[in-house]
Design a protein around this ligand. Structure first.
Ligand SMILES: C[S@@+](CC[C@H](N)C(=O)[O-])C[C@H]1O[C@@H](n2cnc3c(N)ncnc32)[C@H](O)[C@@H]1O
Length: 416
């Protein structure tokens, strides 16, 4: 067609660009958006542009992209396997496309796609699956179809046969942090593994709404109800994980928040490792950060708190078994987050004040943070224990002590 491209159906193809030179012309946001996938494919990217965005600058600084800080010249396309014309000047893009055409190098144009020899599909990824959609000349429709397919692959509603998640051998155990309570706060990976589980061992604090989405044949074991018999509770949970995994099942251990924040995740891993069961860990959104955050309390704030400390209050300060240095905590100026501390709050607050933290320090309790039932009580260190009782605050709750609680009052009007 004499150098002029006509708009017929594209021929879909997966370019294997590893160690092949790719030329990107332009240093703006379009180039920045395209670079990660090019780099992921292993392409040797040369970028030509008089100036680049800060994002591209950091890729150049890391050595991932070879950068020529100047205007485009025709010889730039020499030796490239693929060219991306992504400047904001249609004349330059047209020149790049026609130079590439002359050398029979496929070229994508960020502006006049229809004029280009290659079109970029709407792309999504799920594990090793790449979803690439062309929808005629309607990129918005293509993106919507792409998103819908990827979402359905991720939540398991689009059932695609797949290899076992831990690869060959035993399917194993995935220790998944389910987040602080709102079912939407599990990670994408956590949700994907949950959709594949054959057995789910679930904690009391993990969002139980997530279990509604499981297939009917999935065995759901409530960790709190596993009979101990000859074991203590944690050993009985470990045993349930290991025995199911050794029986060839893929087990998801669904835990509230993050598996390693007062979650005994380490003990469960040790048990799996000792039994030769493969384990993978999926971190979770953790309540000492998420619950205050959901209540509008930032646990750090510029000029207010340069540190935050998360402490378990499940052992009273005067208990010889306590591993916490309450005197040291009382001398800190930053944010202190107490977990499992509602029962012992009077003794803890008194210990902190005795160690030097002013009783006037702002304090808040957040019960069931991130959930519809979230309840927040604002007070001071001197009054928080009484206010918590008066408001009937019950576990699960975190208590936040520090000037960031006062910041919340400024931020709250902006939150919905
Ligand atoms: C055994 S710890 C488990 C923490 C969990 N692994 C995490 O990362 O959030 C349980 C404590 O976490 C806190 N907690 C968990 N979920 C919470 C929520 N939604 N709101 C407030 N506190 C929460 C409470 O202090 C509760 O007593």
């Amino acid at each position: 067609v004499g150098g002029k491209i006509v708009a017929t159906s594209p021929y879909p193809l997966g370019l294997r660009l590893a160690d092949r030179r790719v030329l990107v012309v332009g240093g703006g946001v379009v180039a920045q958006r395209r670079l990660p996938a090019l780099l992921e494919s292993g392409a040797l990217v040369t970028l030509v542009a008089p100036a680049v965005t800060a994002g591209i600058e950091s890729l150049v600084g890391s050595g991932a992209v070879s950068y020529q800080a100047r205007r485009y010249q025709s010889s730039d396309v020499d030796g490239a396997w693929f060219v991306l014309a992504a400047t904001d000047d249609p004349m330059v893009n047209a020149a790049v496309a026609s130079d590439a055409e002359r050398q029979r190098i496929f070229c994508v144009r960020a502006d006049e796609a229809i004029e280009a020899s290659a079109w970029t599909p709407a792309v999504g990824r799920h594990e090793h699956v790449t979803v690439a959609v062309h929808a005629g000349r309607d990129p918005i429709r293509a993106a919507a179809i792409r998103s819908s397919i990827v979402e359905r692959l991720a939540d398991g509603s689009l059932d695609a046969p797949h290899v076992r998640p831990t690869g060959g051998g035993l399917p194993g155990v995935a220790l998944v942090g389910a987040g602080p309570g709102d079912p939407e706060l599990i990670t994408v990976r956590g949700r994907r593994l949950l959709a594949r589980a054959e057995v789910v061992v679930v904690d009391r604090l993990a969002p139980h709404l997530l279990l509604d989405e499981l297939r009917g044949d999935v065995e759901v074991i409530d960790a709190a109800k596993i009979p101990y018999g000859r074991y203590v509770a944690q050993e009985a949970i470990n045993e349930a994980l290991v025995s199911r995994a050794l029986a060839g099942k893929f087990v998801v251990r669904l835990k509230g928040g993050d598996p390693f924040v007062f979650g005994r995740g380490g003990e469960e891993i040790e048990a799996c490792v000792a039994a030769g069961v493969p384990v993978q860990i999926v971190p979770g959104v953790t309540s000492p950060i998420a619950a205050p955050g959901a209540a509008g309390i930032p646990i750090t704030h510029r000029g207010v708190a340069h540190e935050f400390t998360v402490v378990s209050g499940h052992v009273a300060p005067d208990n010889p078994k306590s591993l916490v240095d309450w005197d040291a905590l009382g001398r800190l100026r930053g944010t202190l987050v107490l977990m499992m501390a509602i029962e012992r709050l009077p003794a803890i607050a008194a210990a902190l004040i005795a160690a030097g933290r002013p009783g006037s320090t702002a304090a808040a309790a957040v019960q069931e943070g991130t959930m519809g039932s979230q309840k927040v009580v604002m007070a001071t260190l001197a009054t928080i224990a009484d206010e918590v009782v008066a408001a009937g605050v019950k576990p699960p709750a975190v208590v936040v002590i520090g000037d960031v609680v006062s910041v919340a009052e400024r931020l709250l009007p902006a939150l919905r």
